[in-house]
Design a protein around this ligand. Sequence first.
Ligand SMILES: [Zn+2]
Ligand SMILES: [Zn+2]
Length: 406
Amino acid sequence: MKVFARLLALLVLLLAAVPGHAALPSPAPGRLSVYFLNVGQGDAALIVSPTGKTVLIDGGPPEAGARLAARLRELVKGPLDLVILTHPHLDHLGGLRAAVKAVGAKRFMDPGFDHPSEAYRDLLDFVGHEVGQVMSPEPNPQAPQTLLTVGLGEGVALTVLWPRVPQESFLANTRSDPNANSIVTKLTYGKTAFLFTGDSEPPTEEVLLQKPVDLTATVLKVAHHGGKHSSTAAFLERVKPQAAVISCGVGNDYGHPSPEVLGRLRDVRARAFRTDQDGEVLAVSDGTTVTLRSTKGTGATSLSGTQQAGSPVALGPIQPTPHGRSGRSTEKEPEPGAPRTRTPVEPPAPASASEATGERYVSLKGSKVFHRESCKTLKRSKNERTVYTSRADALRERRPAEDCHP
Ligand SMILES: [Zn+2]
Ligand SMILES: [Zn+2]
């Protein structure tokens, strides 16, 4: 019954098509915008919060770097507040250097999953120098059960659902461990939500399904470009997406998106958008309704067959999950749209500076900053380093890093 109610709430506006190559309209103030950028075979999504906070999730493949950088210059005014690399694969990290060079970034987060590729190592060295804070989505040690949530202003929150190392270990022996340990985030604003899944694998979906968290989302960024193994029926049934965005390249070698996934999306009545056919997709939420529109909007993926090319699609609020469904009656479901778990917090506050005697300070070659010797950023760089035995010595040559505040 709820499914039907939801479908009724899904209103299709028949307006004039957006011209194919035109830049999408700028969002009105007070709205949350999510741009699913057209980077070919890869992923890149830009979140712009009502207060102007920006988060870039992935940066597409290397060949998309120049186009991504140009688009970000149009969309972003200052440095990105946060860059998330969901996992260290080239179709997600390849354009990040160009993106950060173009507009700058204050923080960089990735799963912290070891990956031996040169491209990943180079990117870590680059962000180690260019980005103020490099972090992993580790639970706050003071409240290990609390999910890491980044507040983006006006009640918009970005919560990291996976991974949760060291609280829960990385998934291992999967089809692709880097994919399986993709950072999965849920963005919430009022009664609307977005779920970003990176290249999640079925074991990731199983882990998420076992968690006492509300996975419901208005818009789902479909895992792994629509690859057939991910987006299992059980997972989609819980997420209940009203729209699904698939980021993939025209005529890609992988056959993405798979007909199986398109079928499973159809089964849960999710309206599918795909960047290979629709171009850039923009979703704007006012906290109650999400309106999606695309640059091209061929309509070829319209699952109901009623969507006009390029027409905005308005999606209604998330419906409350009926109590007692699927044997989850003991699970306390948060009110739809309410802050999911706990009060949004800024990214983990670095340990406050203490002038502990005997502490050493380290600077990476080529860097203008110095870190505490224990700082995680250092562990993630293979660069040569200079060690200072006193803070005063370090201060003479460099400034304190923003991540560990030495
Ligand atoms: Zn990928
Ligand atoms: Zn991948």
